[in-house]
Design a protein around this ligand. Structure first.
Ligand SMILES: Nc1ncnc2c1ncn2[C@@H]1O[C@H](COP(=O)(O)OP(=O)(O)OP(=O)(O)O)[C@@H](O)[C@H]1O
Ligand code: SF4
Ligand SMILES: [Mg+2]
Length: 369
């Protein structure tokens, strides 16, 4: 958490501006329903994603937040069908709304796609910039060749047309097109390589871009620069964004809605203003209270006690109960499902969210109280 959380009012104003062009009545770009993913490990099955459901609306930025190991990357990899062979999707659907020339066509279940159809989905319809991908470039290929390979693999633009498309994207991500196009990866700084990766993700004009911790390995000024680039891209281009981050302040800055993940499950989802102003899940409240601000006294920055559970041997009931100050007998026995709370745009998985709302206000009291 190396940035200062913004005021919710500022967020709402900013994000409403960003959202202005998004049609509100359109079908969601992606509807994830009951997705369940586990990894086979020596000790047993790692339950990385458990019965997760959510939608990504047309043109919106949805942030997926949560501590390390909560299942965010697994979720992203599952969405682009790039899970390792040790992973099993045991349940779920991912309904993707296909479009042609801006018009909705058919809906497909991404989990059922094969061959050419699956290749079209990846990159052309949904692209992912992987966590820690800064070193993923082929070191002996110039950036132009790496763009060429991607374009060729998907029968996209070639030659001058491709160079022109790349030039436009490089300008959008604030890179010098002439220099970058001819460069080898090692000739670019980390921030430049991250911007090239974002441009590469957008090359085939996907409807949905997944960015997994795109700023984590970067210094604070470079991080700031990437965030500005992303905000500008969202204003200039029409795509939906799943922004995976453990950094709440970055999520607050970019997202329209925020989904909180804990031990493989979504525990709260709402618009960004509500997430930061009126969160109702004790875990989200704990995460917000753990963000340092410039003005808060040090004593008001409270970490969440304990650590996330072992995903091979999950506790019974609510998986947060060993760390939750509001845990009751019911919490220890029964796991709550994600249901609407204050209204049907704000969902929470907690038996005691009303008590949490009144007793654990974000910014006033830590979960360790
Ligand atoms: N290939 C794998 N084999 C076995 N277990 C895995 C594998 N990849 C991830 N896991 C486990 O799955 C769980 C979820 O991991 P994941 O990488 O999705 O979390 P994350 O929220 O992205 O964490 P981080 O913030 O550290 O990136 C963790 O317990 C992790 O150890
Ligand atoms: S269900 Fe119970 S243990 Fe879980 S977050 Fe809510 S109050 Fe805490
Ligand atoms: Mg991750």
């Amino acid at each position: 958490m190396n940035q200062v959380a913004q005021q919710p009012e500022t967020l709402q104003r900013q994000n409403q501006t960003l959202r202005a062009d998004a049609p509100s009545t359109a079908a969601p770009t992606l509807s994830v329903k009951g997705l369940t993913i586990s990894y086979q490990a020596k000790r047993g099955a790692v339950q990385a994603v458990r019965n997760v459901s959510f939608e990504v609306q047309r043109g919106e930025a949805l942030a997926l937040i949560g501590e390390s190991g909560s299942g965010k990357t697994t979720m992203g990899l599952g969405m682009v069908r790039l899970l390792p062979s040790t992973a099993t999707v045991s349940q779920g659907q991912m309904l993707y709304q296909r479009q042609l020339d801006g018009q909705d066509t058919n809906r497909v279940d991404v989990l059922q796609l094969k061959g050419r159809d699956l290749r079209q989905f990846r990159w052309k319809e949904c692209a992912m910039v992987f966590q820690a991908a800064l070193n993923a470039f082929n070191p002996v290929l110039r950036i132009s060749d790496q763009f060429g390979d991607t374009a060729r693999a998907h029968s996209y633009l070639q030659g001058k047309d491709l160079a022109e498309r790349a030039r436009q994207l490089f300008e959008l991500v604030r890179l010098d097109p002439e220099r970058v196009w001819r460069s080898y990866p090692h000739e670019l700084s980390g921030g430049m390589r991250q911007r090239v990766l974002i441009a590469l993700g957008l090359l085939l004009e996907p409807q949905l871009l997944i960015l997994d911790e795109p700023t984590t390995a970067l210094d604070i000024l470079t991080q700031r620069n990437i965030m500005d680039v992303l905000k500008e891209l969202r204003q200039r281009l029409d795509f939906s964004l799943l922004f995976i981050s453990h950094d709440l302040s970055l999520a607050a800055e970019l997202a329209d809605r925020v989904a909180t993940m804990y031990a493989g499950k979504l525990v709260e989802i709402s618009d960004v203003y509500t997430t930061f102003k009126n969160p109702v899940h004790p875990y989200t409240i704990g995460l917000i209270n753990a963000v340092p601000t410039l003005t808060a006294h040090r004593d008001h920055v409270a970490s969440i006690p304990g650590s996330p559970p072992d995903l091979i041997d999950l506790p019974r009931g609510c998986k947060f109960h060993p760390r939750c100050p509001l845990a009751t007998e019911r919490c220890r026995e029964e796991e709550p499902e994600l249901v609407p709370s204050t209204d049907d745009t704000h969902w929470v998985a907690c038996w005691n969210w009303e008590i949490a709302r009144s007793q654990l206000s974000a910014g006033q009291k830590g979960t360790s109280a």
